[in-house]
Design a protein around this ligand. Structure first.
Ligand SMILES: [Zn+2]
Length: 339
């Protein structure tokens, strides 16, 4: 899903629009207005078997080219300026966001943001930072990629056996991630453990897990450098698959944890996974009760003045290997190219 193969029709159209100057002309005729939020996860080149390669959003070079374009053509805003856009006092703005709290955000994204004088919002999964936990999607990728077998044997979760698609086994990984997202949260540890046993894989050692997440010192340094932070739960469950009391704990505890480390309040949250079935109206209520002002989903779109739901603001996912022409055209003409 992230690996670019032959260019599709949309990409070819984007290249033509971009190269011919039509992008600028069309955008001048029909400029978008509202809040356009871009979402990144990891920055860098995927190589480790410890990682779900699907969560890489851009190499550092791709990210730098994207920021160069955005800083030239758009106003990249901070959270405090969202109010003005959603109430119609400001025409539009682009907000940059990162989910999960990976260390490459500090090592590779932060220096580029500083270079361009831009700010971004980083949504942290606090339990990952506190405990160095392996994220469930990275664990499933590790299990599949390091298995000595060539097939997932028949089992109670996937049903029939699944042959690995060598060499990267991406299709098998996507399949397991899809199943994981649908399970009640309480079933997910058994799912991952049984897969490890079936596939004859041990969890990585704590040494191998050492540098995956940001430290709180890094978070504070970035905060002092103008970066903003938000909540993304403690353990990254699909909130809709959790009882309400546990959802509340995930939301409240992560907020308190980040505020304690930063010494200042936070106002934004992004829903883990963030699809329409990943959170509910109750989840949105819990956010409001907890003092959050903005909730971000992972569904594409523009947040429109006067009509956007502040607790379910859309975001465009940026994917590794996106050609520059495609990025420029998609951000300039989201009404045509919004995924
Ligand atoms: Zn996430």
């Amino acid at each position: 899903m992230m690996i670019q193969s032959r260019p599709g029709k949309r990409e070819i159209a984007a290249r033509i629009l971009d190269a011919s100057g039509m992008r600028r002309i069309v955008s001048g005729v029909r400029p978008w207005s509202g809040l356009q939020v871009l979402n990144y996860h990891r920055i860098g080149v995927p190589s480790s078997p410890l990682a779900d390669h699907g969560v890489y959003s851009a190499t550092q070079e791709e990210f730098a080219a994207q920021l160069a374009f955005l800083s030239r053509e758009f106003e990249v805003i901070r959270l405090d300026q969202i109010d003005e856009i959603l109430t119609g006092k400001r025409k539009r703005g682009v907000l940059l966001t990162f989910d999960d709290g990976y260390r490459d955000n500090y090592e590779l994204a932060y220096p580029v943001l500083k270079e361009y004088g831009l700010s971004a919002v980083f949504f942290l999964t606090t339990g990952f930072l506190d405990n160095g936990t392996l994220a469930w999607w990275d664990e499933l990728a590790w299990t599949v990629r390091t298995s000595p077998l060539s097939t997932i044997p028949e089992n109670r979760w996937t049903g029939a056996a699944i042959a690995f698609d060598e060499p990267h086994r991406e299709r098998a990984i996507r399949r397991l991630l899809g199943i994981h997202k649908q399970l009640a949260w309480s079933e997910t540890p058994a799912f991952r453990q049984e897969l490890r046993e079936l596939l004859k894989v041990e969890l990585p050692t704590s040494d191998e897990l050492a540098d995956v997440w940001m430290t709180w010192d890094m978070v504070r340094e970035m905060h002092a450098g103008g970066m903003e932070f938000g909540g993304h739960t403690v353990t990254h469950p699909v909130l809709a698959n959790l009882p309400v009391a546990e959802q509340r704990e995930e939301i409240v505890q992560s907020k308190q944890r980040i505020e304690a480390e930063l010494g200042s309040p936070i106002q934004a949250f992004s829903y883990p996974v963030g699809q329409h079935d990943s959170f509910t109206a109750e989840t949105e209520e819990l956010l409001k009760e907890s003092g959050y002002r903005f909730g971000f989903s992972f569904m594409a779109g523009i947040g429109k003045a006067h009509s956007a739901d502040w607790m379910s603001l859309p975001r465009y996912s940026i994917e590794l290997g996106t050609p520059e022409s495609m990025f420029r055209t998609a951000v300039t003409l989201p009404q045509l190219f919004g995924r």
